[in-house]
Each structure stands twice: as structure tokens, then as C-alpha cells.
Design a protein around this ligand. Structure first.
Ligand SMILES: [Zn+2]
Ligand SMILES: [Zn+2]
Length: 773
């Protein structure tokens, strides 16, 4: 123990003595963040190494192993405190893996979401934090360690990690650590042609060897044989004689799959350059991209890079394809790429010429060179709300990043939504005229053929007669929302959740879509023993598909939802038929021969129980236009309330009706203080015992109401599904005027988490229906 303290003091002196002048008061330290749910940890900067930049990766001792972390802040400590800190082993980058702005942003997000910064890092950065390392050690001079000398470096893998860590703590070893370069194995010339190959019998070997001398290197024996026009045996002979051998060379390039060819329509509107924070809506998805083209081209020619953020990868490929077809330099980064490809893209983005990076949340903090603008497509998409970690809303991160870089941001969506259009002047709100729609509403209240009304059946028959295509959207997957007893009304419930089990008739199974509990469907009612069990409530895709098959025998009916995805290739080639699916269908590329889109139950779009429900339903109805390629299909909406405001607006989406809708939404939000007129957080309590859980939520509510600056508190209220996975769930909703207040409250209040009750915070929650009056 005594020895250890002594060594640390020596370290301190060496360190400060090495800097200019004699400054014993300040010692450089690094705040290092790991992809783990922890805050940054402080280390001493590595000794005797050129200093790396902020945002660079560094290798540090972590427990008894070595981890890669990101330097998110550089700081200094007093010598008396330095003894408590361990020393980082070595810098891994000479350029930043994360830009300075991104480092600050991660720390800021940790503050505002009251989560450890490492959790924010793992959520947003998936590249380069677990890369393989080359790590070697040797004894320091004049120290005698068994099995380790001071003269030769030894790979650390061959030594017990605990021993290495012990030596490290005692200052007995030197360490050399670097990222393993990406290498490929290639065939190289080991020995030039000589008299050993002069004979006539060796002429083919000589030819192959000369070919390799010219080529420099070739990937494999097979490739060299092919290129030199000889058999593989000839090449193997060269290897045996030692003329040719395998070597490792740094990989110069990773090949990325080619992008789709997608033509954008030319625009008749004026070519506008968006200069400030703006909102673009209306038209079709491709026409909106076409509108943006002009601005992005201008950015690129001024040497600036542009991030185009999309909510999901299905869309990413099409957007990247459209921009690249229009001649822009495009890089597509998504979870679809392999780790290697993602790492390669990440590295090259900071080096290459400015480009358009089309990415999901995975690339929002990437080190794109000269970031000059951020464009957020489909900004109101609920998919942007990440469902793990700090449950971040990705466009908010992009917005903060744009503020840090002081660059313009463009929000794009099919319609202007209250939260994102907030604070944007009229002159920066651009609405492209929308295509006219053919929309028809069919009342469900007196329909005999549930789930298909007579109108929908009639037009479906026409689709078949004319050899066209139809899409029918049902509210859910499976057969029905429940299986019930027709004699006593008993409904089969999930044993873990307060939910009816979904009935999957084809598999004769009952499944809980909340906790994934599954069981076979019973033969008779567990309550009264009657055998008359049938689907009740909420028809799903299986039910709708089988109903359509009944009315249209001999017509192709395919299904498309999260459980069951028929191939739609033939449909994309124009083959007639009907596709029945959930809203998952909104992600497929457009169909060429589409004549009809049917919605079996409009109200199902609204029951998400959220103050955003109306905007969400209108977005869905308007997005139906994207399902067809050239045709203008008839849209048939089955609804109980055919006069609903959303249906009316969707039927006639003029600028005037859209603006009226937007104003009405804004007024309602203002009245209740919902975003953008206030900021919300949900605190969720989950526990095995109902009373205890409710009490924990109640205690926090009282505490908050008695605090100095009390926020508005709603609840506690049982969650929409009151019991989930065997736990009772209670929610509190907290509202404040500003975002900062919200973060302060959540950070500074003891939320009352305990072994019995789990507490989870969700800032900007996306489903808060249970609190609406
Ligand atoms: Zn019964
Ligand atoms: Zn369940």
C-alpha cells in the first residue's frame, strides 16, 4: 500500500514537470464517458503522449479490464486530488470521434432527461466504442517482473488481466495501445523472379508471378489464377516455393451497397432557398424532396454538409436514392449497414468532401464535416420517439445540435404540426399545393357485414372486375381484439396484464401484444363451460382478410403486418389483388396499379389516447396518397362518426382547411397547457402491490405540489393498461412552463424509487390519454 502511494506521487511530479514552467498546482484530467449507464469518470491524461482532441477516443482501465471511452471534457485537478485518479492508458484518435458540439450535447441531454450521460451515449452513438484493440505491455526499466521483460513488448492477451491491472496500479509496466487497423489478406510477391523459374516447365509460374509483380497484389489464389490464365495449382506451386505469400494490408475502402434509382418530379413552384428555421409541408413526399433539392445543392456548393434525418430505415433508402438520382453526393447511414460499414462511414464523414448524410437517429451525432444545415423529414412521426434509454425525441436532439452550430434547420412533414411549427414566421412556412383526393366516407353504424360495410364490398368487387389493386387497412394484427364466450360473455384475459388476449385464429392461439404471453385457444369457456366461443370486438387483419376472401373468391388476398408478411413483389410488378394490413403498409413503396384504399375503422386511428391523436390521424389519412404511384385511388373510410373534423379536412386538404385545423389544434393545446404551450414529463411507477405502488406515486405528487416552484401535477392515475407484465402501473404527469424547469425538478427531487417500486421518467411522453378530461 505504501509503495503504491509513493508511485502516484512520482507520477504527478513527472507529469507537471514535463509541462512548460513549473506549475505544481494544475494537473490535466479527462472526463471520459463509456457506453454504459454511468456518468463520466475522471482520469489523469495519459503520460508522454501527444494530447488528443476533445471528442477523441481514449483507452482507460475499467474494473480489471480496458475500455474505450470518449473524452467529453478536459479539466484539471489539484495535485492532492490527483492521487485518487487513475491514469488513462492512451489516446486512440488524433481527430475527434465526436465533435465538440456533440460532446456538450450528450452532457446537456443527460441533465435535461435526468439520465446518466453514458446511457445517452449508448443510445445515440453505436459506432467505434467497442472496436478491437492492439494492446501490448512491457516492464518499466530496471523492474524485474517474472515473465515480462523491459526489452520486448508482449501482447496483453497472454497475461492474466488481474495481474496486468495490479502491475498497472503499481506503475510497473509501460503500455502501448492502438485501434486494430482494418486489414484484408492479399497475395503479395515475396521474392522476385529468378533462375529458379527459368526452365520451360516453370513458364506458367513465371507468367503468374510477373502478373503479380505488375498488379502489386491480388485478393486470392483463385483470382490470380484467373487473371494470369493459369490453374490454381500453378499458383500453389509459387506459394510452396516461397515466391508468393499472404500478407495483410490496410483496407482502403469498404464497399457500400448501391442506392435505388428514384426520379423526383420537377416542381412548378418557384425555386426557393430556405434560409432560416423553416417548415415545409404539403404536396407529396417526393415533391417535398424536390423542393428541398435547390437549397441543399446551394449548401453543398458553399462547402457545407447537410444531415437529412429520417424516422426509420425503410424510408432512408428511398430518400437517399432520390437525392443521389438527382446527382447529389449522398451517404446513407442506418442500422441496415453492418458494423464495419457504419464505422467506415463514421470515419470517412469527417474527412470527405461535404456531402448529404441521410440517416436515422444513429447518425445525428456523426462527425459530418462542415455541418451547414439539418433537415428533419417527417418531423412529427412518433417513430422518432426512442423507446429505450432516455427515451429521446430525436428531432429535439437535432434541434439542439443546430443551435450549437448556429445553423439553419428545416422541419418537413405532410402537415404543419403545432409543436414543430411553433415560433416559425409565416414567411418561413411553405406549403406545397396538395394533390386532389377522391375520398368517400361509409357509415358503420348500420352496417350488417361487419367488419366490411356494403360500400367497401361493392368497390372491392369493382377492383376485382377491372383487374386492379386494393389496399385495406385494419386496426390491428391477429384475428380479433378478443375471444369471448357467446353464452356468458366471458372474455379471455392475459394473466399478467389488464388486457384481453388477442385472438390469432389461423394459429388457434391467444396472445398478449403487451407482454407476449401466449396460450392455445380453449375449446370451452373457462367460466361457464359452454363451447360457443368466438371472436368478439375489434377485427384484425386475419378477420378482414378472410372476410374479403369470402366476397372475392379467386382473387389474390395478401396479408401484411408485424406477424405475417406476404411477399409483395408481384404487387409491385402490377399484379391485381388486395393487400390487407396494418398501418405497417404505409412503409411499403407505392403500388403501380392501385385503384382503392379502404380503412376498416377510422376511429381506431384516434384511440391512441393522446392530445396528438387528431394530428396523428390526419397525418395517416393524408399519407395514404403515398401508397399509389401514378394512379389516384379511391379512398373509402369506414367510420362511426363520418362528420369527424379530421375526415372532413383530409377530404379537402386546401391550405385554408389545413390552416383552420392547425389553429383549432393550437387553441385546444393552449387552453390545456399542452405542448408547445407547456412541457410534460411522465413519471411511471410500477410495482407488484397495487396499494404500495399507488402510494409511492401519491407521495411524489404531494411532495411536488408542496415544493417551492410547484409544477402542475396530474394524477396519480392508473395507466391505460392498469396492470402490465404482472406489475401495477400508476402515472403522474408533470407540466412546467419551460423545459429547463422540468429537468431541474426531475433532477432535484427524490422520485421515491425503491426495490418494490420501479420509477421511470419519460420526458415529452407520446401517449398521455389517461390524463385528458
Ligand atoms: Zn361462458
Ligand atoms: Zn400480457
Amino acid at each position: 500500500m505504501v509503495k503504491k502511494i509513493k508511485l502516484v506521487i512520482i507520477l504527478v511530479i513527472v507529469k507537471t514537470g514535463g509541462r512548460e514552467g513549473y506549475n505544481y498546482l494544475v494537473i490535466e484530467a479527462l472526463d471520459v464517458l463509456f457506453p454504459l449507464p454511468v456518468p463520466p469518470f475522471r482520469y489523469l491524461a495519459p503520460l508522454n503522449q501527444p494530447e488528443g482532441p476533445l471528442g477523441a477516443r481514449v483507452a482507460v482501465p475499467w474494473q480489471d479490464r480496458v475500455r474505450i471511452g470518449i473524452v467529453v471534457a478536459k479539466t484539471s485537478v489539484e495535485p492532492t486530488r490527483a492521487g485518487d485518479l487513475r491514469e488513462a492508458i492512451g489516446w486512440l484518435d488524433s481527430t475527434s470521434h465526436l465533435q465538440e458540439g456533440a460532446c456538450h450535447l450528450i452532457l446537456e441531454l443527460a441533465e435535461t432527461t435526468a439520465t446518466p450521460a453514458g446511457l445517452v451515449l449508448t443510445t445515440l452513438v453505436k459506432s467505434g466504442l467497442n472496436s478491437p484493440l492492439n494492446h501490448a505491455i512491457r516492464a518499466v526499466k530496471d523492474v524485474d517482473l517474472e515473465s515480462l521483460s523491459a526489452d520486448t513488448w508482449r501482447n496483453v492477451d497472454s497475461v492474466e488481466p488481474r495481474l496486468v491491472d495490479l502491475w498497472r496500479k503499481q506503475g510497473l509496466i509501460e503500455e502501448r495501445i492502438t485501434l486494430q487497423p482494418h486489414v484484408v489478406r492479399v497475395l503479395e510477391v515475396l521474392k522476385p523472379p529468378d533462375e529458379g523459374l527459368s526452365g520451360k516447365r516453370q513458364s506458367r509460374q513465371l507468367r503468374a508471378l510477373n502478373h503479380l509483380v505488375d498488379a502489386g497484389r491480388v485478393d486470392s489464389v483463385k483470382d490470380l489464377a484467373k487473371q494470369a490464365g493459369v490453374t490454381e495449382g500453378v499458383i500453389r506451386g509459387l506459394v510452396q516455393k516461397g515466391y508468393v505469400g499472404y500478407g495483410e494490408v490496410p483496407e482502403s475502402n469498404v464497399t457500400l451497397p448501391p442506392l435505388e434509382q428514384i426520379e423526383m418530379p420537377p416542381l412548378d413552384t418557384k425555386k426557393l432557398i430556405l434560409s432560416e428555421r423553416s417548415f415545409l409541408s404539403g404536396g407529396t413526399r417526393l415533391s417535398r424532396l424536390s423542393f428541398l433539392l435547390h437549397t441543399i445543392k446551394k449548401d453543398l456548393s458553399a462547402g457545407a454538409g447537410v444531415i437529412v434525418l429520417v424516422p426509420e430505415r425503410s424510408q432512408l433508402e428511398r430518400v437517399a436514392g432520390a437525392f443521389s438520382t438527382a446527382g447529389l453526393p449522398v451517404v446513407a447511414l442506418s442500422g441496415k449497414r453492418s458494423d464495419r460499414q457504419r464505422e467506415y462511414i463514421w470515419r470517412e464523414l469527417s474527412r470527405d468532401k461535404p456531402c448529404v448524410l441521410v440517416t436515422t437517429y444513429l447518425g445525428v451525432l456523426s462527425p459530418l464535416k462542415n455541418l451547414g444545415r439539418i433537415v428533419i423529414l417527417d418531423v412529427s412521426s412518433p417513430t422518432y420517439k426512442l423507446d429505450s434509454g432516455p427515451r429521446i425525441v430525436t428531432p429535439r436532439v437535432a434541434e439542439m445540435l443546430a443551435e450549437k452550430h448556429k445553423i439553419p434547420i428545416v422541419f418537413e412533414d405532410i402537415l404543419e404540426t403545432a409543436e414543430w411549427v411553433e415560433g416559425i414566421d409565416q414567411e418561413n412556412r411553405h406549403q406545397i399545393p396538395r394533390p386532389k383526393r377522391r375520398q368517400f366516407t361509409a357509415p358503420l353504424s348500420d352496417s350488417p357485414n361487419w367488419p366490411l360495410g356494403p360500400d367497401l364490398i361493392r368497390v372491392l368487387k369493382q377492383v376485382k372486375d377491372r383487374n386492379r389493386q386494393a389496399i385495406v387497412i385494419a386496426p390491428r394484427r391477429g384475428y380479433s381484439a378478443a375471444l369471448g364466450c357467446l353464452a356468458c360473455g366471458h372474455i379471455m384475459m392475459c394473466p399478467n396484464c389488464d388486457l384481453s388476449l388477442r385472438y390469432h385464429r389461423e394459429e388457434t392461439r391467444l396472445r398478449c401484444h403487451q407482454c407476449e404471453h401466449a396460450e392455445g385457444s380453449p375449446v370451452c369457456c373457462p367460466s361457464c363451460g359452454d363451447e360457443n366461443l368466438d371472436a368478439v370486438r375489434g377485427p384484425g387483419t386475419q378477420w378482414v382478410a378472410s372476410a374479403i376472401r369470402k366476397f372475392l373468391p379467386d382473387f389474390v388476398v395478401a396479408r401484411y403486418d408485424a406477424d405475417h408478411r406476404d411477399s409483395l413483389n408481384e404487387f409491385h410488378n402490377g399484379k391485381p389483388g388486395v393487400v390487407v394490413g396494418t398501418t405497417a403498409l404505409l412503409r411499403i413503396p407505392p403500388l403501380p396499379n392501385l385503384a382503392l384504399i379502404g380503412i376498416t375503422l377510422f376511429e381506431s386511428f384516434l384511440t391512441q389516447g393522446d392530445f396528438r391523436a387528431e394530428e396523428g390521424a390526419l397525418r395517416l389519412l393524408l399519407a395514404l396518397d403515398e401508397l399509389s404511384m401514378h394512379t389516384k385511388p379511391l379512398i373509402v373510410i369506414q367510420a362511426f362518426n363520418t362528420d369527424h373534423e379530421v375526415i372532413q379536412v383530409a377530404g379537402k386538404p386546401t391550405k385554408e382547411s389545413m390552416d383552420n385545423f392547425g389553429n383549432a389544434v393550437e387553441k385546444r393545446r393552449e387552453r390545456f397547457g399542452y405542448p408547445p404551450f407547456g412541457h410534460l414529463a411522465r413519471v411511471q411507477f410500477a410495482g407488484r402491490y397495487q396499494d404500495q405502488t399507488r402510494q409511492a406515486a401519491h407521495t411524489l405528487a404531494v411532495k411536488l405540489e408542496n415544493s417551492d416552484l410547484p409544477p402542475t401535477v396530474y394524477g396519480p392515475a392508473p395507466a391505460t393498461v392498469a396492470r402490465q407484465r404482472g406489475r401495477y402501473v400508476y402515472n403522474l404527469l408533470i407540466r412546467t412552463e419551460t423545459r429547463t424547469q422540468l429537468g431541474d425538478i426531475l433532477r432535484e427531487t427524490d422520485l421515491g424509487s425503491s426495490a418494490a417500486t420501479k420509477v421511470r421518467i419519460d420526458i415529452d411522453p407520446y401517449d398521455v390519454g389517461e390524463f385528458l378530461e
